[in-house]
Design a protein around this ligand. Structure first.
Ligand SMILES: *Cc1c(COP(=O)(O)O)cnc(C)c1O
Length: 363
């Protein structure tokens, strides 16, 4: 069976490493998408125990899952559409909400009025990603609307997001930082008090100190997957995806393997059947491209990865029951991602729901 071993000690180590790279700066632990597949509640507990004051999630429902778990600390939820049924409860339970436009603002103002609670807002300005975030042209109007809505709302931060921080020398990182400064200055000139500013994600937290401001929003680095190609920063992978050899057989030269016969043995070849497939999060695009670690060496995946199983061409002896590392220390999630034309983020967040998470290294 495929199992995700999650090393909570590695997450604590990675947090220390980020704090070393951003000394004195508050770290927001980003735990959206079930903590990138690692288990949101377990990860949140580790981070809170280690003095992390801020948790970040995309969806209001993710923030409320933390509240249901008993988390009473600061949480920011930034991605939602008008009509979201969780906004009132977020306001009532003191979840900070990201605000990018007038629709979102008015929804929160209504929730504040309905619940009799002052809503906590973090205004997001778009400095170049062009996804959510208020465009610079509409920024003064949004700030004015927020000021008019006081005291039903309280602005706790102004923030933005970087497009290319994974390429440390990319000039847009500094351009976005300048635009961010201008937007903050504009808001202050209009009379807004800005208690906190934040811009950096993992790669910027690790490589661009002038983007750190008051807080860095760090996800992938906590999970030990490097956000910058070719650098590991001393991060430790928190997740190791393991499985085991179910059976071994010798196939003759000329024999094809798995659906579509996309790989054919050129000589008599020992083949191992490994449990785990795309339903477990091993991309089908790993077929004939990725390698797994077994008995001290790498072995290529041959033929198509199926829903529940894949095959490897053995480069040495193996027996049923032997452990197979699909990714972890080596190969890394980024190695598997590279073979599949994707990024380590997608590899760890798409581990299937039937894969048990086993926690080790509880700090
Ligand atoms: C996911 C996310 C982050 C965290 O990014 P990492 O690269 O994983 O550190 C930060 N900010 C926003 C807005 C995000 O959506």
């Amino acid at each position: 069976m495929t199992t995700a071993i999650v090393d909570l000690g590695a997450i604590a180590h990675n947090l220390d490493l980020v704090r070393g790279a951003a000394p004195g700066i508050e770290v927001m632990g980003v735990v959206k998408a079930d903590a990138y597949g690692h288990g949101m509640l377990r990860v949140a507990e580790v981070l809170r125990t280690r003095g992390v004051n801020w948790l970040g999630v995309a969806l209001p429902s993710e923030a409320l899952a933390l509240r249901d778990f008993g988390d009473t600390g600061r949480i920011l939820a930034w991605l939602w559409a008008p009509g979201n049924a969780d906004i009132e409860r977020c306001v009532a339970t003191g979840v900070d909400l990201g605000i990018s436009n007038s629709h979102m603002l008015q929804e929160v103002v209504a929730a504040a009025a309905a619940t009799g609670t002052r809503a906590r807002l973090q205004l997001k300005v778009d400095t170049g990603v062009s996804r959510n975030g208020c465009s610079v042209s509409k920024w003064p109007a949004l700030v004015a609307e927020v000021l008019a809505a006081q005291p039903l709302v309280e602005v706790t931060a102004v923030w933005s997001h970087l497009a290319n921080a994974d390429i440390p020398a990319d000039p847009t990182v500094q351009e976005q930082s300048r635009l961010f400064d201008q937007a903050c200055a504009m808001a202050e000139a209009l009379g807004l008090d800005i208690p906190m500013r934040h811009l950096a994600n993992s790669p910027a937290a690790l490589t661009a100190p002038n983007t750190h401001y008051d807080l860095v929003r760090v996800g992938i680095a906590l999970y030990g997957v490097s956000p910058v190609t070719g650098l590991d920063f001393g991060l430790r992978p928190a997740m190791t995806l393991v499985s085991s050899v179910a059976s071994v057989k010798l196939i003759d030269a000329g024999t094809s393997v798995s659906y579509g016969g996309t790989w054919t043995a050129t000589q008599e070849t020992p083949i191992a059947l490994v449990l785990g497939g795309y339903a477990d999060g091993i991309p089908r695009s790993a077929s004939n491209r990725a390698q797994v670690y077994l008995n001290g060496r790498l072995h290529p995946i041959v033929g198509r990865v199926a829903m529940d199983q894949f095959m490897v061409a053995l480069q040495g002896a193996a027996s049923p029951g032997d452990q197979v590392v699909i990714f972890g220390q080596a190969p890394t999630a980024n190695d598997l991602a590279g073979a599949c034309d994707t990024i380590g983020y997608e590899i760890v967040t798409r581990i299937g729901s039937r894969v048990p998470r086993v926690y080790v290294g509880c700090p």
